[in-house]
Ligand binder design. Structure first.
Ligand SMILES: *[C@@H]1O[C@H](CO)[C@@H](O)[C@H](O)[C@H]1NC(C)=O
Ligand SMILES: *[C@@H]1O[C@H](CO)[C@@H](O)[C@H](O)[C@H]1NC(C)=O
Ligand SMILES: *[C@@H]1O[C@H](CO)[C@@H](O)[C@H](O)[C@H]1NC(C)=O
Length: 223
């Protein structure tokens, strides 16, 4: 089966960027706008600073509803797996973080069936233990904050609207340019055609003229 060359290139390109092994970690900020009734990934990533050092981490998530003053514990994750810690989130949280490892760098969770009551501030804590050659342990607590707003319908960022408008403008521009180019070409071809016809007519006239001249010459020679 033939694989188009550009597809092959794309696959190559992606594998170069994605296949950097488990060591690659980027602290991408969480999205902050969820749509009511849908699922939402609450992102929380803390990259280990010394990637060659062995480490383990447990994770705790806290939540403070919008307009309230206290955080409460909603979820924890350790080597035994995840546990929902509050009734408001029963059966509504899935782990979306680092899989099959207790060396957690991604502690993201997934909220199922988001409600308007889920608006507020989320805080995730990493309790990380770095193990330097088994004789020195370093305990690190890192916390991150996500301010979540729940909306009825996804609002679109200005950037995506601008890029869509630019797309239409460029498509229309391109078509106009094509049209102008076509008219221009058509005119040029038409003009060239007339010119050619005129030239052809001239050439024919000359040919006839020279032929008759030859004939005349022949007649002269023959006489
Ligand atoms: C996060 O978890 C949800 C629910 O289990 C799943 O549908 C989704 O694909 C997961 N996303 C990632 C990026 O792991
Ligand atoms: C989400 O809510 C809908 C309707 O309220 C329900 O049918 C569905 O089972 C819920 N899904 C989850 C994963 O809780
Ligand atoms: C949201 O909170 C209000 C007030 O506490 C409560 O009456 C309502 O049932 C809650 N809605 C959901 C979907 O949990």
């Amino acid at each position: 089966m033939m694989v188009p060359a550009h597809l092959l290139l794309l696959v190559l390109f992606c594998s170069v960027f994605l296949d950097r092994g488990d060591g690659a970690c980027a602290e991408v900020d969480s999205d902050t706008e969820a749509v009511a009734g849908r699922g939402f990934k609450l992102g929380c990533i803390s990259c280990k600073r010394r990637s060659e050092v062995k480490g383990s981490a447990t994770v705790e998530w806290y939540f403070r509803p919008k307009g309230e003053s206290d955080f409460f514990h909603i979820y924890s994750f350790d080597e035994r797996g995840g546990t929902v810690e509050h009734d408001l989130f029963m059966e509504r949280i899935d782990w979306n973080g680092t899989k099959r490892s207790n060396d957690i760098q991604d502690a993201s969770i997934y909220l199922l069936n988001v409600t308007f009551n889920d608006s507020g501030t989320y805080r995730c804590f990493f309790n990380r233990i770095l193990d330097y050659d088994n004789d020195y342990e370093y305990n690190d607590i890192i916390d991150k904050v996500v301010h979540l707003t729940v909306v009825a319908k996804a609002t679109r960022g200005t950037a995506s609207i601008v890029s869509e408008v630019m797309m239409y403008v460029s498509i229309i521009g391109l078509q106009l340019w094509l049209l102008i180019e076509m008219i221009y070409c058509y005119r040029k071809i038409a003009a060239a055609g007339e010119e050619a016809l005129r030239e052809a007519a001239n050439a024919e006239y000359l040919a006839i003229a020279s032929e008759s001249k030859d004939n005349c010459a022949g007649v002269q020679v023959g006489e």
